[in-house]
Design a protein around this ligand. Structure first.
Ligand SMILES: NC(=O)c1ccc[n+]([C@@H]2O[C@H](COP(=O)([O-])OP(=O)(O)OC[C@H]3O[C@@H](n4cnc5c(N)ncnc54)[C@H](O)[C@@H]3O)[C@@H](O)[C@H]2O)c1
Length: 262
């Protein structure tokens, strides 16, 4: 009996979860792990074909998923994503703000338009999506928001090996601050807001940079290797579950112990 209670707390059975940027990489892994734990998924991405492919994969493994085409930087599209989720599943239990982009300009190369884009995709989208579900969560006195930050919220970028990356680091530090402040605001409503801060993870985001990153990180990460997307997804699943009900406003660093050596 006691064992069953603990399993229930870690389970996501029947939870309705929106995962942004889940057509690829870490978001895809989060969607698959959540589905394996029993959740019903909204695969929300600007890449509709990619999102449909992941939704099909999940459905063919006898779980439930729907693809939604959304640009998370556009408020009307975010509102439409929430509306179509409610129309299909009737409620939302979990929002994972995962969609993001890499930026690695040097300060001399930074262009205002690129800075705007980086902040919009990595930060403003987190605010827009959180706002779009907050009323629903407050009304139900229940909800989990998990933001995907970065270990670069508290250290310089590996891109510094080739120069640059302050734009990306700043956008992810802002996600960490947003997480803490939103957690404070929503705590009286029984809504948990946390973040996962991955170290470099094996996804398409690093196309072209991967070899440099592998060489650098193999020598600097205490666990001696880089992360696989599922290793980030498992922590997101914990934070989205009832097992993490007394955790809020935290950023959990998942980086093989790198946080200890920098
Ligand atoms: N890969 C890493 O090493 C690493 C490390 C730390 C943090 N992160 C963070 O993890 C998250 C996922 O990264 P990833 O490596 O899986 O990247 P990825 O490039 O593999 O996937 C990103 C996904 O987000 C989607 N997306 C981008 N902009 C969007 C928008 N405006 N609207 C909707 N969807 C959009 C893309 O279409 C893509 O499917 C990002 O927030 C990233 O900053 C990644």
């Amino acid at each position: 009996m006691m064992t069953t209670d603990a399993l229930n707390r870690f389970s996501l059975n029947d939870r309705v979860a929106i995962v942004t940027g889940s057509a690829s990489g870490i978001g895809r892994a989060i969607a698959v792990v959540f589905a394996q734990l029993g959740a019903r998924l909204v695969i929300a991405d600007k890449d509709l074909r990619g999102a449909e492919k992941i939704a099909d994969e999940i459905c063919s493994a006898r779980a439930d998923a729907m693809a939604v085409n959304v640009d998370v930087t556009v408020q009307e599209e975010v509102d439409r994503m929430v509306k179509s989720t409610l129309a299909r599943f009737g409620r939302i239990d979990i929002l994972v703000n995962n969609a993001g982009m890499m930026a690695s300009s040097t300060v001399l190369d930074m262009k205002e338009a690129n800075l705007d884009k980086t902040l919009k995709v990595n930060l403003v989208s987190v605010a827009l999506c959180s706002q779009a579900v907050a009323g629903h969560f407050i009304e139900r006195r229940s909800g989990k928001i998990v933001n995907i930050g970065s270990s670069l919220s508290s250290r310089a970028s590996v891109c510094n090996l080739s120069g640059g990356g302050a734009d990306y680091c700043a956008s992810k530090a802002a996600v960490q601050a947003f997480t803490r402040a939103l957690a404070m605001e929503l705590a009286p409503h029984n809504v948990n807001v946390n973040a996962v801060a991955p170290g470099i993870t094996n996804t398409p985001m690093h196309t072209g940079l991967w070899d440099v990153a592998v060489a650098y990180y193999q020598n600097s990460v205490p666990l001696g290797r880089l992360a696989e997307p599922e290793e980030i997804a498992d922590v997101a699943a914990f934070l989205a579950s009832d097992a993490a009900r007394y955790i809020t406003g935290q950023t959990i660093h998942v980086n093989g112990g790198q946080i200890m050596v920098d």
